[in-house]
Design a protein around this ligand. Structure first.
Ligand code: SAM
Length: 261
């Protein structure tokens, strides 16, 4: 069976509800506010199709995308080439990589840290990321808002539709009875994507994507355990929405390398 991450075109289509340019605007504004502007070098971790890295590259940053999946890496490189933007692509594990250089801005978007299944993996990831952030730089981690998994009033639905270039897709990322294991905080999210349009036969992709839930306090604890970063700010959306605001629907943490005495 081919999984959703083995079909980067379909994955990118499923996530095309995002306004990547607007998100990059906000990442740039945060970088300006908390570090310095502009971010000359950007590293996107667990980047998948690397839409944000490509957008930074389009705007003139030297951008690098890292992902574990070789198909995702090839797709990111191909899309960058098609768009005529320079993108370095590295196939590596976000818990164990050494690129030999530092970046002004490091980002991990759309809950990719849910693929870190254990506290040790999360701390190893933070240690590696910190080793790649330049002095005065920033690491921005975007995750789901904890209310999605901890309350009966999630801020986002698990089913949505997207339309792009004559193609329609119905996406279901998680079924109502895909529950977190109360001990491991891992859910096996069942994913179904049905793609129709452009005169082609309907295509259905089915997958099971393990998801590790991280609470706000666990993220704080992992940051302290790592000791490599300090939390600069936390937001509940792209923009100045507090994590505790009723309108919050993301959990975005801004980290800077801890200064050693
Ligand atoms: C939900 S997708 C997000 C992709 C991208 N961040 C985005 O915003 O669209 C998760 C990505 O994480 C990658 N991934 C999973 N585990 C990883 C690991 N240990 N190291 C690097 N990438 C990983 C997957 O291959 C996949 O491309």
């Amino acid at each position: 069976m081919t999984g959703i991450y083995d079909d980067p075109w379909a994955y990118e289509l499923a996530c095309s509800f995002r306004d990547v340019a607007a998100e990059v605007d906000e990442l740039t504004a945060w970088y300006g506010r908390h570090a310095g502007a502009p971010a000359g070098t950007v590293l996107e971790l667990a980047a998948g199709p690397a839409e944000h890295a490509r957008e930074f590259a389009r705007r003139g940053s030297r951008a690098t995308a890292l992902d574990l999946n070789p198909t995702m890496c090839a797709y990111a490189a191909e899309r960058a080439e098609q768009a005529g933007v320079a993108l370095d692509v590295v196939q590596a594990d976000m818990t164990d990589f050494a690129l030999g250089r530092r970046f002004d801005l490091v980002i991990t978007m759309l809950d990719s840290t849910s693929h870190l299944m254990t506290l040790d993996a999360f701390v190893a990831h933070l240690d590696r990321a910190a080793g790649h952030v330049a002095g005065g730089g920033l690491y921005v981690v975007e995750m789901s808002h904890p209310k999605d998994r901890l309350t009966d009033e999630p801020s986002v639905g698990t089913a949505w539709t997207v339309d792009r270039d004559g193609v329609h897709a119905a996406v279901r990322w998680g079924e109502p009875d895909d529950r977190l294991d109360p001990v491991t905080q891992i859910a096996d999210d069942r994913v179904t994507m049905t793609i129709t349009g452009n005169g082609a036969e309907p295509r259905v992709i089915r997958d099971v994507v393990p998801y590790r839930f991280w609470s706000a306090t666990e993220v704080e604890a992992a940051v302290r355990l790592s000791g490599a970063f300090e939390i600069v700010a936390r937001y509940g959306d792209f923009g100045d929405v507090a994590l505790t605001d009723p309108a919050a629907w993301r959990m975005i943490t801004l980290l800077r390398p801890r200064r050693t005495a």
